[in-house]
Design a protein around this ligand. Structure first.
Ligand SMILES: Cc1[nH+]cc(COP(=O)(O)O)c(/C=N/[C@@H](CC(=O)O)C(=O)O)c1O
Length: 405
């Protein structure tokens, strides 16, 4: 009979995903000028996390409201949050909302929304195959596999052009079995920073609908990519406008800076009000044994801001400020690389969008940069542009130049 601790140590083998190893390597590096570009969390020009001013005002308002309590939320979360969150992604004029075909439940940020959606699909959807982009966010395969779905990949990134492998994507989606689930990152694709154009989204929509595939949008960066909440929602709204079904995982971690509040929502757009009612009931059966009910504070902050037109407007201004700073970091890094005459075409740095840039650096170069320049990024060469500042751009450009030449 095995000693219990022996059993445990059998499981605690080298399970850390590659990016966690990077984070620990960076954390343990004593160098005073180390640069952590591995985590997708916004940092200010001073390299600090940012609590939005409008979030502080909302929290102050909540703290002063003596009618607020800390009781359990319903299983599907804060009703106002669900309503306002659905409108934010679907648009005020959404027919699906008008026809009551939409189910939205508050979940534990984007990750929790993806997981609840995946558990629901594993139980109720006739196809258990889920296609994700190659490459995709490192956590996607685990979320879907642990929920009981079988993960397949569709081509997404072309290393030759450092752009979208659009033909390959359409071919793989065309070859997917009818009813298969397809994960589509709504904007600011992680890790590549490459999004389809609106014309390409329309072609993707046509093939998804003609093949009877089920789109599952991961909407983790709405407003963070272009600075506009509506522009970044266009891909989702295209699909919803055609009357078909889709799932949408929403996160307020990045666009409202509420990373640690774990606030997001799962929206399922159904074909009828009656189906929506049944889906809602089944979602409650997934959530209750998983975490009973979601946390109240983050949902209250988001609701306070979305409900108040002045606060909403102030939020959009701060959100655009974050997006603009990232776009400026792209431009500065590109110009710094150009100024050093680093070989190769680096225009992908300014063509890509959102939090990340897929540099094209290989693992050997990434490891060398960590060792020689104390600059940390994920081993696939992804850098978080939000981790850069005008001060640190030259340090990164020098390191890239040295790694390439
Ligand atoms: C595409 C995508 N989807 C969902 C999430 C989950 O976000 P949530 O905080 O659950 O709402 C993330 C987080 N990505 C960053 C965080 C991480 O992976 O640790 C990242 O890629 O760095 C994504 O990049």
């Amino acid at each position: 009979d095995l000693h219990p601790s022996y059993l445990l140590c059998c499981f605690f083998g080298p399970i850390l995903p590659f990016y966690e190893r990077v984070i620990f390597a960076c954390r343990d590096d004593p160098c005073p000028v180390k640069l952590n570009l591995s985590v997708g969390a916004y940092r200010t020009e001073e390299g600090k996390p940012l609590v939005l001013e409008v979030v502080r005002r909302a929290e102050q308002q909540l703290a002063n409201d003596r009618s607020c309590d800390k009781g359990y939320l319903p299983i599907d979360g804060l009703a106002d949050f669900n309503k306002l969150g659905a409108k934010l992604i679907l648009g005020d004029d959404s027919h699906a909302l008008e026809e009551n075909r939409v189910v939205t439940i508050q979940c534990l940020s984007g990750t929790g929304s993806l997981r609840v959606g995946a558990e629901f699909l594993a139980k109720h959807h006739q196809q258990s195959v889920i296609y994700v982009p190659n490459p995709t966010w490192g956590n996607h395969p685990s979320i879907f596999t642990l929920a009981g779905l079988s993960v397949q990949y569709f081509r997404y990134y072309d290393p030759q052009t450092r752009g979208l492998d659009f033909e390959g994507m359409l071919e793989d989606l065309g070859a997917a079995p009818s009813g298969a689930i397809v994960v589509l990152q709504a904007c600011a694709h992680n890790p590549t920073g490459i999004d389809p154009t609106l014309e390409q989204w329309e072609q993707i929509r046509q093939i998804v609908r003609s093949k009877g595939l089920l789109p599952f949008f991961d909407n983790a960066y709405q407003g963070f990519a272009s600075g506009s909440l509506d522009s970044d929602a266009q891909s989702v709204r295209m699909f919803v406008a055609d009357g078909g079904e889709c799932l949408i995982a929403q996160s307020f971690a990045k666009n409202m800076g509420l990373y640690g509040e774990r606030i997001g929502a799962l929206t399922i757009v159904c074909t009828s009000e009656d189906v929506a009612r049944k889906v809602h009931g089944q979602l409650l059966l997934v959530v209750r044994p998983m975490y009973l009910t979601p946390p109240i504070h983050g949902a209250s902050i988001v609701t306070t801001i979305l409900k108040n037109s002045d606060m909403y407007k102030d939020w959009t201004i701060e959100l655009k400020g974050m997006a603009d700073r990232i776009i400026s970091m792209r431009q500065q890094l590109y110009e710094a690389i150009q100024a050093r005459g680093t070989p190769g075409d680096w225009s992908h740095i300014i063509k890509q969008i959102g939090m990340f840039s897929f540099t094209g650096l290989n693992e050997k170069q990434v490891r060398w940069m960590a060792k020689e320049y104390h600059i940390y990024m994920t081993y696939d060469g992804r850098i978080s542009m939000a981790g850069l500042s005008s001060k640190t751009v030259p340090q990164l450009a020098d390191a890239i130049h040295a790694a390439i030449t």
